[in-house]
Design a protein. Structure first.
Length: 411
């Protein structure tokens, strides 16, 4: 499929060039070529949180616990309200950054200023010198816990604080996470998991992951793609190479993908080699996807402006939280590009993307999901309960071992 034709058909709903941003009304998106969200240290609030809550909500405690599902952070307000967020597998290595450099920027502050707090945490203690995934992962966890606190206090889902709900059920593609299979084994496992989840789209791994053009096993990619197309018929196939190729090799592999009707090619080149990614996007008809590991808003702006990406895939934790990811979505919307949040795996940490996907107009045709009991009929449903709407989250946190427990007086 031609990459430009794909982009015309990839979004769900309407209004990909504008983004509803406030529960109290709609604010206009930046015009084409105008991306204020690319500014790293200047906040332009667009969510109207101070209008939603009449009185200050002071954050008086942040407690991190290690649970069986990973790190969890609880934010507590002066009136005893709480909010929770779960980290990814990187967070355990980053807890000192969270405790000593990020949490103090949130403690003692008014939660209604959340859009400002994210950027203030970037500047505080010269934290910008640590800019990248390590810092943003910690900012994200603090921000996401505060989102839960605010939404629980209001008795509404987080997405209700972001704007009008556009979707209640989300078409999902089945994401495969292994390269250890042979081509025939992968096809068999894809068919079994698609049957179990009802998915009509799948993403498989090709190449060898940041492998300098080496395949996971000799000839696997060249065997897998034709075999998968034969097995799936007209169903949608996406592929992810996790930065396996230089630009010439990625273009050659991309031609194979085009010949077999693959719908997007994710991370053809190492993510930091953005010029190489642009070369691949310019050379192929096939849409190029990426952005899961990017943390710089100016870099997202560059990739979007120069059409190095056709589909933008920010990871809410890596990118620094929901607010920064919304900024990326606004940039993409202004350029007419779809967003498909990066969210593999299972558990609490995958729910954030559902709240984002419920409200943005420029959502791609499918969101990313691993098999789990809630993924049925090819759909995943947006949580409707207060906060993140994750059942058992409070119990999981209560059973964890304390890593740190910071009162506002220590901020």
């Amino acid at each position: 499929m031609d990459r430009r034709a794909f982009l015309k058909n990839v979004t769900l709903g309407t209004g990909a060039s504008s983004l509803a941003l406030s529960a109290s009304g709609c604010a206009p998106s930046p015009g084409a070529g105008e991306f204020p969200e690319a500014l790293t240290t200047v906040t332009t609030p667009f969510l109207g949180l101070e209008e939603r809550f009449s009185s200050p909500i002071r954050i008086v405690r942040l407690e991190c616990r290690s649970t069986s599902g990973g790190m969890m952070l609880q934010a507590t307000s002066a009136d005893g309200a709480t909010g929770l967020a779960a980290g990814n597998e990187r967070q355990a290595h980053l807890n000192p950054v969270l405790e000593h450099l990020v949490a103090p920027s949130f403690l003692g502050q008014d939660a209604r200023r959340l859009e400002h707090l994210v950027d203030e945490a970037y500047r505080a203690h010269s934290n910008y010198k640590l800019a990248g995934l390590a810092l943003n992962n910690c900012i994200a966890l603090a921000e996401l816990a505060v989102w839960d606190l605010l939404a629980r206090q209001a008795g509404i889902p987080v997405h209700a604080l972001l704007g009008p709900q556009r979707r209640r059920a989300l078409p999902a593609y089945l994401t495969r996470l292994t390269r250890s299979t042979t081509a025939s084994q992968e096809v068999d496992q894809v068919l079994e998991e698609m049957e179990r989840t009802g998915a009509t789209a799948v993403k498989v791994k090709i190449g060898g992951r940041m492998s300098g053009n080496a395949d996971a096993s000799p000839g696997r990619t060249e065997a897998l793609i034709p075999a998968l197309r034969r097995a799936l018929g007209s169903r949608t196939i996406y592929v992810d190479s996790n930065g396996s190729y230089d630009a010439p090799t990625a273009i050659r592999v991309g031609r194979l993908l085009e010949d077999h009707g693959v719908a997007f090619f994710e991370e053809p080149c190492p993510f930091q080699e953005f010029e190489a990614t642009r070369q691949v996007a310019d050379a192929l008809r096939l849409p190029v996807a990426g952005g899961e590991q990017d943390t710089s808003l100016p870099m997202f702006s560059w990739m979007i402006r120069h059409r190095a990406l056709d589909i933008v895939q920010p990871d809410l934790l890596y990118a620094g939280g929901l607010i920064r990811t919304l900024r990326v979505a606004r940039m993409a919307a202004a350029a007419g590009l779809p967003v498909i949040p990066h969210s593999p795996g299972k558990g609490f940490k995958t729910v954030y993307q559902l709240h984002l996907a419920a409200v943005i107009p420029n959502l791609g045709a499918h969101i990313e999901q691993s098999p789990h009991p809630g993924f049925t009929g090819g759909l995943v449903h947006v949580p409707g309960g207060p906060g993140w709407g994750v059942e058992g989250a409070d119990e999981a946190f209560a059973s964890g071992a304390t890593v740190f427990n910071l009162p506002a007086s220590r901020a």
